[in-house]
Design a protein around this ligand. Structure first.
Ligand SMILES: Cc1cc2nc3c(=O)[nH]c(=O)nc-3n(C[C@H](O)[C@H](O)[C@H](O)COP(=O)(O)OP(=O)(O)OC[C@H]3O[C@@H](n4cnc5c(N)ncnc54)[C@H](O)[C@@H]3O)c2cc1C
Ligand code: SF4
Length: 484
């Protein structure tokens, strides 16, 4: 049986970063990734569902709505929209109903800043210029301005972007600095071994030596490898599924695995822009970087949410729940011929899309079905619904002031279930009573078994998560190197 100092499962931010740092420190590293190793030349600029599903894993929840995660070498860095924000201190201070701070005490903006800095330098993150903001996002900025609210240019890892709008199926022009462009080449150069199309089925403690046995499936072949240390980084959904599949072999595993699943308070709106608002004929809602390059922190201090515009491929603008029982300018239902005619009138010049991210409780948990696949179940939505009520109230008022009619992008009962920000299902905590992972990224009860991906993030951030995941991954790798 092959044996490594470290076996890393998953090649997104939570896996590729420690794989790189530990290989650079001289450890033997095996990186197992269930997805294909597709280079830029293998990507297709298409919004055909069959192509989208080649690069984005759509995990269908019980209510038939899809959560989006990565499924290629590089994880969701291939699909993501390139916006990277450090988390403001207020988000580190979020507390539960009993006053417990979600983040372990040692975490603060100041404590993570050195790791944020490292990750930003690696991924070439910078503030975009106004000349890079798509026109639809410009309309979003005008809407906020008309309502007396502020926004700022985003920090992104796109360089010389061509504004084609296909970011989430992977950039065929190499303008997005994915993990394939940044960390992973350094990991390979330092000797890390990648095995792609290798789906890890279970992890168990090794009885013969210290460390763990990792079983994976590649095609019809089953293989077991040994890792003195194992880092589980399958992302916000699949890390929990893998640990739950391994539960019989990891009996001390926390009962919190799969619980507290949180979508970062993500909720999308679509806006119907009147002709009188601006010159609209040159606005195409599908054109431009999918994250529109702006971010509003206007309501963050008081209300705990941020807003950012979208453009491009995101299906948001096509699925908008535009309907009204009273307004004759709107269809009476969100489907059928009347809706089709309405869509023809407003698409593509009169639509804007934007999303909120906020400090909000989760409303789902991850279980596994009989085949060991993730099964996402809705739990108590009371707190999440209260957050959405307040958000809608504020955002609808902004639309009214500026003359733009706003709608949720999906019917209200499905809100929070189309997210790409999938957090907290193996959350980090000060003690085993509250979480799965200790403040240094090690699973409670299991020495040298780590998790530093999206699932370890203890609560919503109200900003895009990838930079914070990267900073935690940098920190975890540093601790492992120091520990030796
Ligand atoms: C369309 C889209 C747009 C986004 N835009 C932004 C943005 O602009 N800014 C931002 O900050 N965040 C964004 N995100 C979110 C961000 O990409 C994720 O939070 C981040 O990638 C999570 O990192 P991760 O390492 O936890 O998981 P992932 O990046 O999802 O990586 C997990 C990897 O593990 C692999 N894996 C899973 N299970 C197994 C297994 N059993 N065996 C082997 N391999 C396995 C998966 O195939 C995947 O490659 C976006 C996400 C999507 C989908
Ligand atoms: S909009 Fe820019 S980053 Fe996105 S796919 Fe096109 S060129 Fe690449």
């Amino acid at each position: 049986m092959d044996s490594y100092d470290v076996v890393v499962i998953g090649s997104g931010y939570g896996g590729a970063i420690p794989a790189t740092r530990l290989a650079e420190a001289g450890m033997s590293v095996l990186l197992l990734e269930r997805g294909k190793n597709r280079g830029t030349g293998d990507l297709t600029q298409s919004d055909a569902p069959v192509e989208i599903q080649e690069v984005i894993d759509l995990v269908i929840a019980r209510n038939n709505v899809a959560f989006r995660t990565g499924k290629l070498v590089g994880g969701a860095s291939i699909n993501m929209d390139g916006a990277f924000f450090r988390m403001p201190q207020k988000s580190f201070e979020a507390r539960d109903g009993k006053g417990r701070r979600y983040w372990p005490e040692l975490y603060s903006r100041a404590a993570l800043d050195p790791y944020y800095e490292k990750a930003e330098a690696m991924m070439k993150i910078r503030q975009v210029g106004w000349d890079e903001v798509p026109k639809t996002a410009g309309l979003f900025g005008m809407m906020l301005d008309a309502a007396g609210a502020s926004c700022e240019l985003s920090r992104m890892n796109y360089h010389n972007c061509l504004q084609c709008g296909f970011c989430s199926v992977g950039c065929v022009f190499d303008r997005k600095m994915t993990l394939r462009h940044t960390y992973l080449p350094l990991a390979y150069a330092a000797g890390a071994t990648l095995i792609s199309e290798a789906t890890v089925s279970t992890i168990e403690p090794s009885s013969a030596s210290s460390g763990y046995l990792v079983s994976y499936q590649r095609g019809a072949a089953s293989t077991v490898v040994h890792g003195t240390r194992v880092i589980v980084a399958g992302g916000g959904i699949h890390t929990s599924a893998l640990l739950l599949r391994s539960k019989a072999k990891l009996p001390k595993l926390s009962p919190h695995v799969g619980k507290n699943f949180n979508n970062n308070g993500e909720f999308a709106f679509v806006g119907l822009v009147p002709e009188s608002f601006a010159e609209l004929s040159s606005v195409f809602c599908y054109k431009g970087m999918e994250n529109g390059g702006l971010m509003s922190f206007h309501w963050y201090d008081e209300e705990g949410f941020t807003l950012h515009p979208g453009a491009g491929l995101e299906p948001t603008v096509l699925t908008g729940d535009f309907k009204s029982a009273t307004d004759a300018a709107l269809p009476s239902r969100s489907w059928g011929l009347e809706y089709k005619r309405f869509a023809e009138r407003v698409y593509p010049h009169k639509l804007i899309a934007f999303s909120a991210l906020g400090l909000a409780d989760g409303h789902a948990e991850i279980a596994i079905d009989g085949a060991g696949k993730p099964d996402i179940v809705t739990t108590d939505r009371t707190a999440f619904d209260a957050y959405i009520d307040r958000l809608e109230e504020i955002v609808t008022a902004v639309g009214k002031t500026s003359g733009i009619t706003l709608f949720p992008s999906v019917p209200r009962e499905l809100s929070g279930t189309t997210s790409a920000h999938l957090l907290s299902a193996c959350r980090m905590a000060e003690s085993a009573d509250d979480g799965v992972v200790d403040p240094d990224g090690q699973l409670f009860g299991y020495e040298n078994l780590y998790c530093c991906d999206a699932s370890a993030v203890p609560y919503s951030l109200a900003v895009n998560p990838a930079l914070t995941i990267s900073a935690i991954a940098e920190r975890t790798a540093e601790l492992i190197v120091t520990k030796g």
